[in-house]
Design a protein around this ligand. Structure first.
Ligand code: ADP
Length: 427
């Protein structure tokens, strides 16, 4: 599935980049042709005018005599080779050829004032070649009367050769670049697929873990129900005991489902309706009252260290309470009798730090990187007794991240654990 998506990404990337590239190459080539032709025409026009100014006319009886003594092709050799003149022809006003200089092939040419492009075939060492000629015909005038015509022919071959080289470069360069684009697309597709692959694997693992966790209580409920049904009719004790087991298992299942629903509903974002200013000091004090009693029941020392009288933070009060409660639950759960659980608040310039500390069993350093993963439990056998699913910290982290905060942990085995929530202070 991922390889197919990656291939598709690479394909679309190459296609879009290729289209842009081809369009770009075509535009550049088109512009180059236009610019070269404009430059070429300007050069030829200048030369033709120069030849016209060098040409002398003499009226003899009714016709004009043209004197081309000053005109020669070598005179014009300062001009670029691309627009070098190959042939100059002079015609009278009746368009009859009077004189010519240079290699005038084809011999016959149309005399129409302005620009013309001619294509002709010539035999070169036994092979027929197509040649292109550009001609410019200018009327020659003396005192407003038409004397004749001057026609200049320039071979288009040099310019076409150079444009042919550009065409060859583009026609080889474009497919090679497209090949590179395809490779780059494939590599980029791989990078783009990585987060998708990771979240897909996470989702798969989550679904498998959730099904696994739900299977155990369902199996227990079923076996208790079956054993209860098999009990003799006069035995009221056993079915009752089985029903109690079913209730316990159902409660555990319901708690798991509630946690799963919670994770799904609050994925990454807060409900704007539930965001309000919350007095965090008051919230911590009410939690402290609750957990002080719980700690006392377990013979634990509970310490509250909040010096500020009141401090408002922006957020979802119930969710923040839930996150801190999950940390306090763990602290009480994983601290043996005689230990200490602490809740602290410290206020920094633009953030607050809520710390939940305990002197409990601690978390091995090898487990610390995974502690916030869904369904992760340090010691499954140990937590089974305490009834945890490994979702409490994942929920706490999700809530804090949704508040643009951060949750961190420091722990040492057999010495204790410290969780710290950092929340931004917003006005
Ligand atoms: P659970 O519901 O199983 O407690 P959590 O996500 O809250 O799940 O915690 C994940 C695991 O992290 C627990 O199984 C436990 O092993 C470990 N843990 C969490 N908090 C503490 C703590 N304060 N002291 C020691 N271990 C802890």
């Amino acid at each position: 599935m991922f390889t197919r998506s990656r291939r598709r990404l690479a394909y679309w990337f190459t296609l879009s980049m290729g289209s842009i590239l081809i369009l770009f190459a075509f535009t550049v080539y088109h512009r180059q042709v236009k610019d070269r032709m404009r430059e070429f025409d300007a050069q030829v026009y200048l030369q033709t005018q120069k030849i016209a100014s060098l040409t002398r006319y003499q009226k003899q009886e009714k016709s004009w005599q043209i004197d081309t003594e000053n005109v020669s092709l070598p005179n014009l050799e300062t001009i670029p080779t691309e627009s070098r003149i190959t042939c100059i022809r002079w015609y009278d006003s009746q368009k009859r050829l009077l004189q010519f200089i240079g290699n005038c092939y084809p011999q016959r040419s149309l005399v129409i004032p302005g620009w013309q492009t001619l294509e002709y075939k010539c035999n070169f060492s036994g092979t027929t070649r197509h040649k292109n000629l550009r001609t410019l015909t200018l009327p020659l005038k003396y005192n407003q009367s038409l004397v004749g015509y001057l026609q200049v022919a320039v071979s288009l071959d040099p310019i076409q050769d150079s444009l042919g080289r550009s065409r060859l470069f583009l026609s080889l360069g474009v497919p090679i670049t497209l090949g590179f684009t395809g490779i780059v697309g494939w590599i980029l597709g791989g990078f783009a697929m990585q987060p998708v692959k990771r979240s897909y694997e996470q989702l798969q693992r989550f679904t498998a873990d959730a099904s696994h966790e739900l299977r155990a209580p369902v199996a227990a409920i079923l076996s208790n129900a079956q054993v209860g049904l098999l009990a003799p009719v006069d035995d009221s004790q056993q079915p009752r005991q089985r029903l109690e087991n079913i209730v316990t298992q159902s409660k555990s299942m319901s708690a798991l489902i509630a946690n799963l629903l919670f994770l799904a509903r609050h994925e990454g974002k807060l409900n704007p309706k539930d965001i309000a200013k919350t007095d965090i000091v008051e919230l911590l004090k009410s939690l402290a009252n609750q957990y002080r009693n719980l700690a006392r029941e377990k013979n634990l020392d509970f310490k509250l260290d909040v010096t500020t009288t009141s401090l408002e933070v922006c957020g979802d009060r119930d969710l923040l309470k839930q996150a801190i409660r999950n940390l306090l639950d763990n602290a009480v759960k994983y601290t043996p009798t005689g230990g200490m659980v602490g809740l602290e608040l410290s206020v920094k310039p633009r953030r607050i730090l809520i710390t939940v500390r305990d002197t409990g069993i601690g978390i091995p350093s090898s487990d610390l990187p995974y502690i916030f993963d869904r369904f992760y439990r340090v010691d499954k056998a140990r937590t089974r007794q305490t009834g945890g699913f490994g979702l409490g910290l994942a929920i706490a982290q999700q809530i804090i991240q949704a508040h643009d905060g951060k949750i961190t942990v420091e722990s040492e085995e057999k010495k204790g654990t410290t969780f710290q929530i950092c929340l931004p202070l917003r006005s």
